[in-house]
Design a protein around this ligand. Structure first.
Ligand SMILES: [Zn+2]
Length: 464
């Protein structure tokens, strides 16, 4: 009997974690961080009810924090590996986990100072920087398409998910006595036509499909329209000598934006433009995007053949030091500043907004999801005044919200990804989506493919 357990991203978007238990072997797929909800910290401390020392392997779909963010807790609790992932995922996970560990530790210090004042006992951080090394020491790099034995009777293959660099869907084959069962884990499915990365590819047929449903209820605005909107904002800023400030996630979105701006310049749609990527993590991640040329799509290769690189152009500066970043606060004239965090909840972007929101000539371009309660959301919701560093700031800048740069497939993309799997009428579990989104997708899958999907909740275990 094979058991498939759901321990995260079940009825929610973050905290991905599944466990396959055949009796002879136990393999976990992802162990991500819960993010953005009020109970996130409590949920992050609730680990799957599996003895980490009895776990044979982890398979990691990609390096986003909501998929890899709790792996250091697993090694802290006695897991000794291995962790299977693609080479680029391993590289990116290092950047992400080190950053996350710093944040976890700093947050815990702040929180514990508060608890101390209230005379309450301190709380352990989820993990700290030294806890990341054991994770990095046990990763095993696997190529796309390469059949790899991960535990007794369990074999996997990665398929390019086209979501971020190195992202994969997993096709898992399980030999259970006389029976062979195959399970596909979609991971996060990307968008066809996205820059640099190849389009998502669907794994071979399977008996069971565990599929994400983040945007199961809608399609995004088209990439073409969104690029056109960005182009017109940049032209406007060039004409008036204005600053354009773009809060962007350091991994994925920043590289997309750099690529699009580079294409505008390479194809002569705009003149030379000063663009600053001002986030140390984004700078590191961009280096990895540039280095993993084996994962680039045809257009990125074509650019490279023309003696250019898809992630650089004249006028582009990668900013590392805090001093250099501060200098941008007072700099005048047309320039684009791409900085993190993506939701303006911390990091250098907050300083740029603090110094420029009150200026009517400033453009602020929102290119990603903004969670409730964040500064980014208040800008999207057009609050007239926002509070930054305790000061009220009147928002006179022009705030633009561009909807088509998502790294997740919209509804049509998800259905297209699933179509090749539909013929076998697999058992489908929809995860990584809130209930309205996964219900909408489930309804469509029933009418289009005659497949009825299960919507699992946290802790559910299915026999497959
Ligand atoms: Zn992701």
């Amino acid at each position: 009997m094979i058991k498939l357990g759901f321990y995260g991203a079940a009825g929610e978007v973050t905290g991905s974690c599944y466990v396959v238990d055949t009796g002879r072997a136990r393999v976990m797929v992802d162990l991500g961080m819960h993010q953005g909800e009020r109970e996130a910290d409590e949920h992050n401390r609730r680990v799957p009810p599996i003895d980490p020392t009895k776990l044979n392997a982890v398979v990691l779909t990609h390096a986003h924090l909501d998929h890899c963010g709790r792996l250091p807790m697993l090694t802290k609790a006695g897991f000794r590996g291995p962790i299977f992932c693609t080479s680029a995922t391993s590289d990116l996970a290092e950047v992400i986990l080190r950053d996350s560990a710093e944040i976890q530790c700093a947050d815990a210090d702040r929180y514990n100072a508060k608890l101390r004042r209230q005379g309450e006992p301190a709380q352990e951080p989820l993990y700290c920087p030294p806890d990341v090394n054991p994770v990095l020491g046990i990763t095993r790099r696997v190529n796309y398409g390469e059949a790899t034995q991960v535990a007794e009777g369990i074999q996997i293959r990665f398929f390019d998910a086209g979501h971020i660099l190195g992202s994969g869907s997993v096709h898992m084959t399980i030999n259970d006595g006389p029976r062979t069962v195959s399970i596909v884990f979609s991971g996060d499915v990307g968008v066809s036509g996205s820059p640099i990365l190849r389009d998502p590819s669907t794994p071979s047929a399977a008996d069971v499909v565990v599929m994400e449903s983040t945007y199961g209820d809608r399609d995004h605005r088209s990439l073409e329209e969104t690029r056109a909107e960005l182009l017109s904002i940049l032209r406007d800023a060039q004409a008036s000598g204005a600053k354009v400030i773009i809060p962007a996630f350091a991994i994925g979105r920043t590289q997309d934006l750099v690529y699009h701006m580079g294409e505008f310049i390479r194809t002569g749609q705009i003149a030379r433009l000063n663009v600053f990527v001002d986030s140390p993590m984004a700078v590191e991640a961009t280096g990895l995007y540039a280095r993993h040329t084996e994962l680039h799509d045809d257009r990125a290769r074509e650019i490279a053949l023309g003696k250019q690189t898809p992630l650089s152009f004249p006028g582009l500066t990668y900013v590392r030091s805090a001093q250099e970043s501060r200098r941008l606060n007072d700099a005048r004239g047309c320039m684009v500043i791409i900085s993190a965090s993506g939701m303006c909840t911390g990091g250098r972007i907050v300083h740029h907004l603090y110094h420029n929101l009150a200026r009517p000539e400033t453009h602020v371009v929102i290119v990603g999801y903004q969670g409730h309660g964040t500064l980014g959301r208040r800008l999207v919701d057009r609050h007239e005044t926002v509070r930054i560093f305790g000061d009220p700031i009147t928002v006179r800048a022009k705030v633009h919200t561009l909807g088509g740069f998502s790294a997740h497939a919209g509804q049509s993309g998800l259905l297209k990804w699933f179509e090749p799997l539909a013929a076998r009428k697999p058992r489908v579990f929809l995860t990584h989506g809130e209930d309205p989104q996964r219900q909408a997708l489930s309804t469509l899958m029933r009418s289009r493919f005659g497949v009825s999907a299960v919507l699992p909740m946290y802790g559910d275990v299915a026999e497959v």
